[in-house]
Write a protein that binds this ligand. Structure first.
Ligand SMILES: NC(=O)c1ccc[n+]([C@@H]2O[C@H](COP(=O)([O-])OP(=O)(O)OC[C@H]3O[C@@H](n4cnc5c(N)ncnc54)[C@H](O)[C@@H]3O)[C@@H](O)[C@H]2O)c1
Length: 365
C-alpha cells in the first residue's frame, strides 16, 4: 500500500484526494492545509485520513511514502524540496516551479535520492491527447505543420500567476508530449487590462526546428469557453474540441499538394484533397485516475513518469520565455536546446535580429 499525503485542499487538491482515495494499492493517509475549514470537509469525506495544518506532520510521518503538493506555484519549490529531503516521492502540481533553476534542483534532489518525481500535467493523461499522440507517432498526419490552440473563458482570474502560466501551460505540455521536440524560439504578446493584476490575455507563437509552428490564444476575458486545438499535418489534420461530450477528436483526411509540372509554371499549382472524417473512440477514464495509477506504478517499479521533472522543467522554460517575450512586446526569445542542461544556463541566449524575418528553421546553437 502506498500511503500518500496531500498538501493543499483548495480548488484542485480535492480532485487529487478523490482520485488517490479510489486507487487500488494507494491510500490517502493525511491532508494538510493552512485553512482548518477545508480540513473539516476532508474529515467528513475521508474519516480515515489524518488532517493537519502543519506540513511538518506529513514530512515526519514515516508511514507516508509520497507527498502531493497542490498549493500555489510560489510554494512548490520549498514544499517539494522539503518532501524530497524527507525521503518522500513527489507529485507536484503544474507548473512545477516558478523558475527553471528551482525545477532543476528538484530534479537533481529526486535523482540523488532515487525518488519518483511526477509533475501533474493532467492533459497528457486524457484519452483525447493520448489518442492524438498515438496518431502523430504512427506518422498518420505526415509532416507536422502546425498546432493552433484557443483556450479562453471568463475567469478564473488568478492573483499570483499570469494567463500563460495558468492556461498556456497545458498547450506547452501537450506540445512536448505530442512532438517530443523542444521549440527553439518563442514570441508572445499579451496584456493586463486591470492595473496591478497579472496579464489576462496572451497570444503565443512557438517556432520549431522542424518547421512546425504553434500558436496558443489564451484568455480569462472571453464571453464563452472555448477549448479547441487544430493540429495540421501534410497528410491529415486533427480537430480536438475538449468541450464536446463525445467525439472530442475528429481526424480529417484533408490536405494540399503542389505540383512542379513545368507546363503549369504560371498557374497556382495547388491541389486540394478532401477525404473522409472520422472520430476515434477514446478512453473515457478520468485523466487523474490514469495519472494516479501511473504514479503508483512508477513508485512500485522504479519507473520514470511520462511527465517527470525534466518534462516539468521544459514547460517552465516555455512559460518563462513566453512571459519575457510578452513583457518586451513580442521580442523573440530563444530557448535552450536542453533546459535540463545547466551548462546551457550560462550560455548567452541569442537575440533575434528585429530586421530580418524569422527563418523557417531557426537554430540556436
Ligand atoms: N493539473 C491541473 O489541471 C490543475 C488545475 C487547477 C490547478 N492546478 C494547480 O494546483 C495548484 C493549486 O491550485 P488551486 O487552484 O487549487 O489553488 P487554491 O488557492 O484554490 O488552493 C490552494 C490551497 O493550498 C493551501 N495552502 C497554501 N499554502 C499552504 C501551505 N504552505 N501548507 C498547507 N496548505 C497550503 C491553501 O490554504 C489552499 O487551500 C496550483 O499549482 C495550480 O496551478 C492544476
Amino acid at each position: 500500500m502506498i500511503n500518500i499525503g496531500v498538501i493543499g485542499y483548495g480548488y484542485w487538491g480535492p480532485n487529487l484526494v478523490r482520485n488517490f482515495a479510489e486507487l487500488e494499492g494507494a491510500n490517502v493517509a493525511a491532508v494538510a492545509d493552512l485553512d482548518p475549514k477545508k480540513l473539516e470537509v476532508v474529515k467528513r469525506r475521508y474519516p480515515s485520513a489524518k488532517v493537519t495544518t502543519r506540513v511538518q506532520d506529513l514530512l515526519e510521518d514515516p508511514s507516508i511514502h509520497a507527498i502531493a503538493v497542490a498549493t500555489p506555484v510560489n510554494t512548490h519549490y520549498e514544499l517539494g524540496m522539503a518532501a524530497l529531503r524527507a525521503g518522500k516521492h513527489l507529485w507536484v502540481e503544474k507548473p512545477m516551479t516558478e523558475t527553471i533553476e528551482q525545477g532543476n534542483e528538484l530534479v537533481e534532489e529526486a535523482q540523488k535520492r532515487n525518488l519518483v518525481l511526477l509533475v501533474d500535467h493532467t492533459f497528457i493523461y486524457t484519452g483525447a491527447v493520448r489518442k492524438m499522440h498515438e496518431i502523430v507517432k504512427a506518422g498518420e498526419l505526415g509532416k507536422m505543420l502546425y498546432y493552433d490552440s484557443v483556450r479562453v473563458n471568463l475567469g478564473l482570474f488568478q492573483r499570483d500567476v499570469n494567463v500563460i502560466s495558468d492556461l498556456a501551460v497545458h498547450d506547452f505540455a501537450i506540445l512536448d508530449f505530442l512532438l517530443g521536440e523542444h521549440p527553439v524560439a518563442v514570441s508572445a504578446s499579451g496584456i493586463n487590462h486591470f492595473p496591478g493584476t497579472p496579464e489576462n490575455l496572451a497570444f503565443i507563437t512557438l517556432f520549431y526546428d522542424s518547421g512546425l509552428i504553434a500558436h496558443c490564444n489564451v484568455s480569462w476575458l472571453a464571453p464563452v469557453k472555448v477549448r479547441q486545438i487544430l493540429v495540421g499535418g501534410s497528410k491529415k489534420m486533427i480537430v480536438y474540441d475538449d468541450l464536446e461530450p463525445s467525439e472530442k477528436l475528429k481526424i480529417y483526411d484533408k490536405g494540399v499538394s503542389f505540383t512542379d509540372d513545368p507546363a503549369q509554371i504560371h498557374e497556382m499549382r495547388v491541389g486540394y484533397r478532401t477525404g473522409d472524417m472520422w472520430a476515434p473512440k477514446l478512453d473515457g477514464t478520468e485523466a487523474l485516475r490514469v495519472e494516479g495509477e501511473h504514479f503508483v506504478d512508477c513508485i512500485r517499479n522504479g519507473k520514470t513518469p511520462e511527465s517527470d521533472g525534466r518534462f516539468g522543467v521544459r514547460v517552465v522554460e516555455l512559460i518563462e520565455a513566453a512571459t519575457n517575450s510578452m513583457r518586451s512586446r513580442g521580442e523573440t526569445v530563444y530557448v535552450r536546446r536542453d533546459p535540463n542542461d545547466r551548462r546551457q544556463a550560462r550560455m548567452p541566449r541569442r537575440r533575434y535580429d528585429r530586421g530580418s524575418p524569422i527563418p523557417t528553421a531557426i537554430r540556436s546553437k
